[in-house]
Write a protein that binds this ligand. Structure first.
Ligand SMILES: NC(=O)C1=CN([C@@H]2O[C@H](COP(=O)(O)OP(=O)(O)OC[C@H]3O[C@@H](n4cnc5c(N)ncnc54)[C@H](OP(=O)(O)O)[C@@H]3O)[C@@H](O)[C@H]2O)C=CC1
Ligand SMILES: CCCCCCCCCCCCCCCC(=O)OCC(=O)COP(=O)(O)O
Length: 322
């Protein structure tokens, strides 16, 4: 039979293309729905009862990550420098309304990430207590404000110790036990500034670029052991990051920046982290149109990007002087 382009369907003339497209669209939608459902079920199974270690769990993004992973049924190991604030988080989690998921009482471990020996002994304590860690979320970090000319090298070191050597030491201390189990997941919270450098953030951007590079290498080297690596690069988030940032002489900046105050909520970003971990994403950029555009511009049109950054530095310098 030869098909004409127009067919009679229930008394109406219909284009043969539409007749084919409608079931195709419905079929694709059905398949997509099924795929999403399977993905959600897989995420749920992956996170339920998983031992999840979160650094910087006392505030901001770390605290919100604690909430979403707790609600997903993970067994949490919460890390920070302040025992009292960690216990507050544990109490807050315990008071959260229980859903259908079985939850676990979190463990709290205090240590300073910039102290490599403290990191190693904390990992010993954690492994003795919980046996193994399935998912490590390297979240803790500090930021910085200053010009390169005014900044003491010790400040550059502080940023590298906390944001780079801390996660590196913690990851290295946990890797042997993960390799032994041939399973594990290392997550690191980097930043858009791990992809582009903006003026007056040298030490912070450098520590985040180093982080990106290290964990990209790790991903490649760990594939043979079936260990996943996820790098999350957020834009501005409404946290205490700018308040706690260090300045050129090492003192606390103590200002809530407009960009920070107008950023995404940490609750929102924590959900993105949970989804990225559940779906074993290699990396995620959690940023608006302009920062995302800037990341691509840095690669595709570096000269233009450098000109824009120089103009930004000039404008910021003028604002400070006036
Ligand atoms: N806010 C933002 O705009 C963005 C943040 N990020 C990243 O998100 C991560 C979380 O920061 P955020 O929640 O925003 O900021 P917060 O200042 O609210 O939280 C930082 C956390 O890091 C911990 N921390 C800092 N220094 C150390 C240390 N030496 N040893 C152990 N813990 C330490 C703090 O613990 P303590 O209570 O002990 O001080 C705190 O829990 C950081 O890595 C940051 O770079 C990335 C992009 C944007
Ligand atoms: C012709 C079109 C113009 C295109 C302009 C592109 C250039 C735009 C520059 C955008 C810069 C975005 C910077 C984003 C920085 C960011 O999100 O950082 C996240 C953080 O880690 C925040 O830490 P901080 O301590 O800096 O608050």
């Amino acid at each position: 039979m030869v098909l004409s382009r127009k067919q009679i369907y229930k008394g109406k003339t219909m284009d043969i293309t539409s007749m084919a497209i409608i079931p195709l669209l419905l079929g694709s939608l059905g398949l997509f729905g099924l795929y999403r459902l399977l993905q959600r079920l897989r995420t749920r199974a992956y996170l339920q009862d998983a031992v999840v270690l979160i650094t910087g769990a006392t505030s901001g993004l770390g605290k919100e990550c604690a909430k979403v992973f707790y609600a997903a049924g993970s067994q949490l190991v919460l890390c920070g420098r302040d025992r009292e604030r960690l216990q507050d988080v544990v109490r807050e989690l315990a008071s959260m309304a229980k859903k259908t998921v079985k939850t676990h009482k979190p463990h709290a471990v205090t240590f300073d990430l910039s102290d490599t020996e403290a990191v190693a002994s904390a990992v010993g304590e954690i492994l003795k207590c919980v046996g193994h860690v399935d998912i490590l979320i390297n979240n803790a970090g500090i930021s910085y404000r200053g010009t390169i000319l005014d900044t003491e090298v010790d400040v550059d070191r502080t940023l590298m110790e906390t944001n780079y050597f801390g996660p590196v030491a913690l990851t290295k201390a946990l890797l042997p036990s993960m390799i032994k189990k041939r399973s594990g997941h290392i997550v690191v919270i980097s930043s858009v500034q791990g992809r582009i450098s903006i003026p007056f953030r040298s030490a912070y951007a450098a520590s985040k670029h180093a982080t990106q590079a290290f964990f990209d290498c790790l991903r490649a080297e760990m594939q043979q052991y079936e260990i996943e690596v996820t790098v999350v690069s957020p834009g501005y988030i409404q946290t205490n990051l700018s308040l706690n940032a260090v300045t050129a002489n090492g003192s606390r900046y103590g200002v809530m920046d407009k960009n920070t105050a107008e950023g995404r909520t940490p609750e929102d970003v924590a959900k993105v982290v949970l989804k990225a971990v559940g779906e074993k994403k290699k990396e995620v950029l959690v940023a608006g149109l302009l920062p995302t555009f800037a990341v691509y511009l840095r690669t595709l049109a570096p000269k233009l990007f450098f000109t824009l950054m120089a103009a930004r530095a000039k404008k910021e310098r003028k604002t400070k002087e006036s």
